[in-house]
Structure formats: structure tokens, C-alpha cells
Design a binder for this molecule. Structure first.
Ligand code: RUB
Length: 302
């Protein structure tokens, strides 16, 4: 049987598993299974190292792996059977908390959607979809505009899922954002996040910051929906987040000899963000430090 940790790391790198929360949950689940398979604390710590940087930008991944590492460390003196059981149980609780955070955000976020709203979203975020689906369930009538999201077309996933839930959806190419915000009379923008910095800056799929600039110019509210697991404890200590470059082939293979850049994420400065929906409630971007201080204990300190 293939090693679950290596398989998960590969699936995260290839984007078979993608989206910041799903990446975190998959990594935690891989470590849980590795613990159950009888690996000792030292072997599990090595597994954590293999997963931690499978993709560099989504902070939920190192945060989830750090949580698992702390659990392994705290339990390492237990006898092997007890170590296995307790470590697996605690990681399982962590995973359930993440899933429940997504549900809480869906409920809180659904209350922000008003009858007749047209909402633009970018990329594919389970968190944002969750609140759309919840609003639909509550009977609110609204429609969604989603971007194609070059080069990996995650917007197609968004469009398909919303269609499945009978939420009216229109797809636009990424460069039609500014045009469409006006032409389609968009009321709100809602996006997910891969990381939130201590100063409230938000890192999400490449192009998010352009959407935010356009939305602000038109006085359209720009809302981010994200679990606290995506807040960066390292940003408190001045560390920046690496923006993943996924290489030229995803963009095109037709331009031999020309340098092609493919940054996968960008930074939306806090002053373009109207509000952030977390499982602990809605905060202004300036409240990011409070989330880090009170609710997020998975990071390294220095
Ligand atoms: C996905 C992306 C999503 C966030 C939030 O990028 O930018 O908006 O990860 O997703 P990629 P979620 O496709 O490169 O992983 O709300 O599902 O955690």
C-alpha cells in the first residue's frame, strides 16, 4: 500500500487536493492515519516535515501540521498503544473543528446575503460556496458571477457546484472583472483566503487583489470568508509568506524561449478589505491580530 503521507504530499503538490482548508484537513488526516498505522513519534515528526511545505502559500497547511506535531510531542511518552489512540483522537477532533468552522462561517456569511444580490467570487473556495449554499437553503434569492480563474480554471468548479445547487451563476473571463462589476451591477464581492496576515492583508488566488481594487473604486463591499486556521502566526514575527510560482507549463507550452511567470497567489492589502468572516464572528481586517492572539495556537513563536 502506498505511504499515505507521501501520497497526500504528492496530491497537494499536483493540486489533486486543493483549496486551503482541504489541504490542511488532508495533511492532518494523513498524519492521523500514519499514527494509527503504528509509526513512532520520530517517524511521525519526519512525516510532518514531508507535508508541511507541500505547497508554500496556504498557512492552514503548516498550521495544521504544527498542531499535529504539538500533539505528537505532548503524547510521546505514552506507551505505544495509548500514544496511537490519543494522538489519532486529538487529530480527529482538530479535523472536526475545522469542518465545524466551515459550517459556522456558512451560517454567519449567509446572513450577509440579501434578496436580489449579485455577488462576484474569484477562484473556488469551499468556504464561500458553503455560505452561498446556506443562503440558498434559507430561501434567499441571489445570483453569482464567477471568474474563470486562469490558468487552472478553478472558476469552472465553482460554476458547476453552484449550478448543482440551483444557484444562478454566470462565468466571466478574469479580465472582464472591472467591466462586469459595473455592467452586471454587482452588489458584493466574496472570496476565500489562503492566508491572513497580522495586519489584515489577505493572500488568495492570483487576481484577487485586482478584483479588490476594482471593487473599491466602485464602492462595492469586498468580503473575505476564512477559518482562523489560515491566520499567520509567523506574520506576528515579521515573516512574509512565499507566493507560489507554479511554473510556465500551466500557462502555455506554445511560447518557446519566452520567460513566463505563473504566480499562484497575490496579496490584497487590508485597506481594500471591508470585512472578514471567521468562525468566531465578523471582524474588520484590523481585528486579525485579535484572532491570532485569542484563537490560534498552532504556530511557532520566536
Ligand atoms: C484556492 C484558493 C481559495 C482558498 C480558499 O487556490 O485560492 O480561494 O484556498 O479556499 P488553489 P477554501 O486552487 O491554488 O488551491 O475556502 O476552500 O479553503
Amino acid at each position: 500500500m502506498a505511504d499515505i503521507v507521501l501520497k497526500t504530499a504528492r496530491d497537494i503538490q499536483s493540486m489533486k487536493i486543493r483549496g486551503a482548508l482541504d489541504i490542511a484537513i488532508a495533511a492532518a488526516e494523513a498524519i492521523r492515519q500514519a499514527a494509527l498505522s503504528g509509526k513512532n513519534p520520530r517517524q511521525l515528526a519526519a512525516d510532518c516535515a514531508k507535508l508541511k511545505h507541500a505547497r508554500p502559500t496556504a498557512v492552514s497547511l503548516p498550521n495544521a501540521v504544527n498542531y499535529a506535531l504539538q500533539t505528537i510531542e505532548a503524547n510521546k511518552k505514552l506507551e505505544p498503544g495509548e500514544f496511537r489512540k490519543k494522538t489519532a483522537e486529538q487529530i480527529s477532533t482538530f479535523i472536526k473543528e475545522q469542518q465545524s468552522a466551515r459550517e459556522k462561517i456558512a451560517l454567519i456569511g449567509s446572513r450577509l446575503i440579501e434578496k436580489g444580490d449579485t455577488i462576484l467570487t474569484h477562484c473556488q473556495s469551499d468556504t464561500v460556496e458553503g455560505l452561498f449554499i446556506e443562503a440558498k437553503k434559507q430561501g434567499t434569492k441571489f445570483d453569482v458571477v464567477c471568474t474563470e480563474t486562469r490558468p487552472r480554471h478553478q472558476g469552472y468548479l465553482t460554476a458547476r457546484i453552484l449550478k448543482k445547487h440551483r444557484i444562478p451563476v454566470r462565468l466571466i473571463i478574469d479580465s472582464a472583472v472591472n467591466y462586469s462589476l459595473k455592467k452586471l451591477e454587482v452588489d458584493k464581492v466574496m472570496v476565500g483566503a489562503d492566508a491572513v496576515m497580522v495586519n489584515g492583508d489577505v493572500i488568495n488566488k492570483i487576481g484577487t487583489s485586482q478584483v479588490a481594487v476594482c471593487a473599491q473604486a466602485l464602492d462595492i463591499e469586498f468580503t473575505v470568508a476564512t477559518q482562523s486556521i489560515k491566520f499567520s502566526p509567523e506574520s506576528v514575527y515579521g515573516r512574509l509568506i512565499e507566493i507560489e510560482d507554479r511554473g510556465p507549463k500551466e500557462v502555455t507550452t506554445e511560447l518557446a524561449g519566452i520567460k513566463i511567470l505563473n504566480p499562484a497567489f497575490d496579496v490584497t492589502p487590508a485597506h481594500h478589505v471591508s470585512k472578514i468572516i471567521t468562525e468566531h464572528g465578523i471582524i474588520p481586517p484590523a481585528g486579525a491580530s485579535e484572532i491570532l492572539r485569542h484563537f490560534q495556537k498552532t504556530g511557532t513563536e520566536e
